[in-house]
Design a protein around this ligand. Structure first.
Ligand code: V55
Ligand code: FE
Length: 493
């Protein structure tokens, strides 16, 4: 019999069921301007992991949506039916081993030459060329039907995408509508190869370049400016030997520099410049821009290993790391390959999940939004119980130009997941819109989607789910014009 411990894989638990809820219970007001869909991806175990110490980012992909129209909200949740999910459901057991190590898979599915086949598709809902994809950086994106959340299948963009892998964090240029995306470990396990492509607004690849990273490392997110692409990485290491020995994909090596590839948009492999900095953990970015000879980026970063599931290769014990939002400057006018760093909010440790108003991606901007834990706001254990992980009780609006922080507090039994920004229709001013984030209400053991007015940082309403949602990884808001959404009333049988 399948048994899940309460703490399965890092205390995240598992949801395990698919769901349809019509006309969700609502508190407050749902703004009529929210016409579209908030789509989230989760990691959710179908069966308990083969290894109890596997990574919390290894579970199966699951997608959910809150469809907003005319002040009402429908909820839907579905597994991503990729090859991995279908194989395991057919076998009625967990077949896949450690995070990104096919040498630990059951022989009936193991394929070390094609590791992308075991992708979980669990990370980010990506909209590209008007289509919706479930992404995970170890494999190809899987197209989903945006109305039914049905999995349509993997895509290599008509054969034009020649990497085995595709990032979970492509970036869209709001001025041209182009998408820029990369894949690393592009030529197979532990390979240094990177593919970087530009797609036009219809989703057709218009430019590609291949080059090699300084060393094979996790490269999770990226930035674009109006003239450059930034690819950060470093700290985590892998190798064929490590994988053949049956270890989890990544180990942390604090002796190695963080690296930052700076590539002119539309450039060739010879134009790539690798800047280096002190050992840092960098998972996500906020935004970047080019000013004269300088490329400037803001991102939350740690000084030490950020995840205990990827142990130090020298055996150092893991200590929880602090994410601090930093500004990095790369001087293209200098021959020096080091970058300069500045901590922007030294007194507030965040999560790694900074988001911006995407209409300002690549441009000068003022606000990064990030959920985080304010230790000065007490958790009410008498109602909320004993939490197994950190409680992220606030959404911060971090003013990157002047260091101010505005905060919205979710409550003394609530823990938030990543925040997404939804623009107010007809507006063009940065930050004019709403923040959407799902919070676990630990007193009621259910999840709630909170809607916060971004200019005032005041709550306007919330959508109540009658259960505790599986753990979200990333979410995205799509206005009704961005995806082929059928009108809401047409979806009710
Ligand atoms: C991250 C998440 C992943 C992954 C690699 O948040 C990095 C960072 C959910 O999957 O595979
Ligand atoms: Fe991510």
């Amino acid at each position: 019999m399948v048994r899940f411990g309460a703490d399965t894989a890092g205390g995240l638990g598992a949801q395990r069921f698919e769901a349809d809820i019509y006309d969700c219970e609502v508190e407050g007001e749902i703004p009529l301007g929210l016409n579209g869909v908030f789509i989230r991806m989760h990691g959710d175990w179908l069966y308990p992991p083969k290894y109890a110490d596997d990574s919390f980012i290894a579970p199966e992909g699951y997608v959910s949506s809150f469809r907003f129209e005319g002040g009402v909200v429908d909820y839907k949740g579905r597994w991503v039916r990729n090859e991995r999910f279908r194989s395991q459901l057919a076998a009625r057991r967990q077949l896949y081993g450690y995070y990104r190590n096919p040498y630990t898979d059951d022989p009936t599915v193991a394929d070390v030459a094609n590791p992308h086949r075991r992708t979980t598709s669990n990370t980010t809902p990506v909209i590209l060329g008007g289509r919706l994809y479930a992404t995970k950086e170890d494999g190809l994106p899987h197209e989903l039907d945006p109305n039914t959340l049905e999995t349509l299948g993997p895509s290599n963009f008509g054969g034009r995408w020649t990497s085995q892998t595709f990032t979970a964090h492509p970036k869209v240029d709001p001025l041209t509508g182009e998408t820029i995306a990369f894949g690393y470990e592009a030529a197979g396990l532990a390979s240094r190869e990177i593919l970087l492509c530009t797609f036009d607004s219809s989703g057709t690849i218009t430019h590609e370049v291949r080059f090699e990273a300084p060393y094979a490392s996790m490269m999770h997110d990226m930035c674009i400016t109006q003239s450059h692409v930034i690819l950060p990485g470093g700290g985590l290491v892998t190798s064929p030997e490590r994988l053949q020995a049956g270890q989890i994909h990544w180990g942390w090596d604090p002796t190695l520099p963080a690296f930052y590839g700076i590539i002119p948009r539309g450039g060739e492999a010879k134009d790539v410049r690798w800047f280096k900095g002190p050992s840092r953990g960098i998972i996500h970015t906020a935004n970047a821009r080019t000013e004269g000879d300088k490329v400037i980026m803001e991102a939350p970063m740690t000084d030490t290993n950020y995840w205990g599931c990827f142990p130090d290769i020298h055996g150092e014990a893991f200590h929880p790391a602090r994410h601090l939002i930093r500004r990095l400057t790369f001087d293209l006018g200098s021959k020096d390959d080091r970058c300069s760093e500045e901590v922007l909010f030294p007194n507030v440790a965040t999560t790694s999940f900074t988001r911006v108003d995407d209409r300002f991606t690549s441009l000068e901007y003022r606000h990064a939004y990030c959920h985080y834990s304010d230790p000065n706001r007490a958790f009410d254990g008498s109602r909320g119980g004993r939490p197994t992980g950190p409680i992220n009780n606030c959404i911060g609006k971090f003013h990157v130009h002047d260091g101010a922080i505005e905060t919205w507090f979710a409550g003394d039994t609530h823990s938030l997941m990543e925040v997404s920004f939804a623009p107010r229709p007809g507006s063009s001013e940065e930050g004019d819109g709403w923040l959407l984030a799902v919070a676990d209400n630990l007193a009621e053991r259910r999840s709630e989607l909170v809607i916060v007015d971004a200019p005032t940082m005041e709550e306007v309403g919330r959508v109540i789910l009658p259960f505790r949602s599986g753990k979200q990884i990333h979410g995205v808001w799509a206005g009704a014009h961005q995806l082929a959404l059928t009108p809401l009333h047409g979806r009710i049988p």
